[in-house]
Design a protein around this ligand. Structure first.
Ligand code: HEM
Length: 148
């Protein structure tokens, strides 16, 4: 057997590892940043940033209702998703934690609906107040349910 023939199975094995490793990493080992809940949060966040900017001048753009509706839908979707941190807790704690999680997102959903109505009724101060309420709901939620 030539030296090249002896080396071929090793080269193939190394090539297979080189292809399989990144696939394995993207399929779960890296987990949290790609969790379904994180994706909904990204949708909430991009709208939240715009609304926070608008709240400074109390000059809300025409697509404010659209932003609030997107945030409402992402909040409702997120409410029914797994929370990576809760999954790591003892099984006996998980129901209690998920109840607290759903209560916080329910509060967020109601706030977002109230903000949409405030916009429709031209109550700009209430709308700006809603933006700061979202800020405190967010920090309560992240204190309890994220690891950063
Ligand atoms: C205006 C409100 C909120 C904003 C703008 C917001 C924003 C974000 C952002 C930017 C992330 C990171 C996403 C990523 O990793 O790509 C995130 C993750 C997350 N947020 Fe929020 N959030 C809000 C409210 C909440 C609330 C109220 C809760 C809980 C009741 C919550 C729970 C979580 C969880 C569980 C994650 C994922 C953590 C993980 O992957 O382990 N968030 N959020």
């Amino acid at each position: 057997m030539t030296r090249t023939r002896q080396l071929t199975p090793w080269v193939l094995t190394l090539a297979l590892i080189a292809v399989a490793l990144p696939l394995g990493l993207s399929n779960g080992l890296r987990a949290d940043e790609d969790s379904p809940i994180a994706k909904e949060m990204e949708a909430i966040n991009s709208n939240y940033k715009q609304l926070r900017r608008a709240a400074r001048t109390k000059n809300f753009p025409d697509d404010t209702p659209k932003m609030l509706q997107e945030m409402q839908m992402a909040t409702l979707k997120g409410m029914h998703m797994e929370v990576p941190l809760v999954k790591k807790m003892a099984a006996s704690k998980q129901t209690e934690e998920m109840v607290a999680f759903k209560k916080m997102l329910k509060k967020q959903l109601v706030t977002l609906i109230d903000m949409e109505i405030a916009y429709m009724e031209g109550r700009v101060d209430d709308l700006a107040e809603g933006v700061s309420e979202l800020g405190s709901i967010k920090s309560d939620g992240h204190d309890r349910f994220t690891e950063d």
